[in-house]
Design a protein around this ligand. Sequence first.
Ligand SMILES: Cc1ncc(COP(=O)(O)O)c(C=O)c1O
Length: 458
Amino acid sequence: MRPEPHPLVQKYQDWSPRSAEIMIRGKQVFPGGDTRASAHFGPYPLVMERGHECYLYDVDGHELLDFMNNFTSLIHGHAHPATVKAVIDQAPRGTAFAAPSRSQIELAELIVSRIPSVEQMRFCSSGSEATLMALRCARAVTGRQKIMKMEGGYHGSYELAEVSLIPFPDRRGDIAHPNANAVDNSFPQSVLSDVVVCPYNEPELATRLIAEHAHELAAVIVEPMLGSMGMVPATSEFLRALREAATRHNIVLVFDEVITLRQSAAGEQGRHGIRPDLTCMGKIIGGGLPVGALGGDRNLMQVFSPESKDPVFHASTFSGNALTMASGLSTLSNFEEKDAQRLNALGDQLRAGFNQVLSQFGIRGAAVGSGSLSNLVLTDIDIKSSRDVMEGMIAAGHIGSLLHLSMLRHGVVSASRLMYCVSTPMREEHVDQAITALSESLAELRPYIEAERPSLLK
Ligand SMILES: Cc1ncc(COP(=O)(O)O)c(C=O)c1O
């Protein structure tokens, strides 16, 4: 006999019967019912019908405020009229050509004009491909093999990009020399020995580790904010230490700005005033269509030129496809520094409101993050690394998932890991609605926290 669902899970199921019904069909054709692990959560995700501006509409007829934005990629929310028009204008003229086009060059010119470190670039089809090609570039240029990545860093759907993404307490090792760990059983041993794992936001330890491994490191890759592990901003001091050590030892410094490019016209590197050698991009630059890009120092990027001696081979069937280029060009043309600043202020408002509600309810927790990117963590320890976020996840237990389901029922969509990001159709009243939803959700949740997880109460 199946155990009874938690009363709040039952409420979610009663509230979303059509999603439940459709997910039964989904489970026949997709392992787990969905075609993407990151979007999955129990008992089943909501099935969406359509999106408009900052709202999503599910198959049960709920209108939901979208603070997920397809994992931060929809800077203008859904169906921005100019982007829709750009795609509609392009579609009848062809969707992809194995040839250069003006729109590729125009979008690249726009990006190059905004990010000083990006002198030349290449488009590709995903952020995963962008980070992969950045690491290949670094290996080709330096002749070295190993990659340093951060503990808790995520760079895409391949093994190296996920090493030590989750700092499991029983396996992560000493903070000064974190272990290279697999996140699942698919990892070849060789990948683990190709990676040096660096603790996040520890400038002195990072400088020492880089010096120790300098002879074998091709690249140091870092997210200027740990995205998948809790929206933890890097300090400028940490990023500067990586910059200095990489320069000292001729190692290629790669900023993975797939998530963080939305933080200013020149991404997080613009806000920190630090220049990486290579930058990986994705998400917002495709305006909602699949995309990735990699750019940086002209001399490094030259390894991709088929006209260079010993080029690195970068093919990619849908790279620079006409629909993505049209959509991306329209989207970025309508997203300038002032828009990024406005979104960052909305993010500040969201975090301040969330923090106030948590404290009103006497719950240990905080909204962390910076600019337009936020994450709720249910712990009151100071969050500086993925290890801290992990402590929060352990402390929260099942309460984090219940809060997510409750927020959905109160009309707010976030990532199940409680990541929230804002989009340009949002105004202060939308942020206020999310803050009210948190208050209503915690009112509902508080008796269960008292009974099932009292350690979360102050
Ligand atoms: C920081 C970062 N890098 C790379 C990727 C991979 O991008 P994609 O999912 O487009 O392959 C992601 C995806 O979420 C990401 O967050």
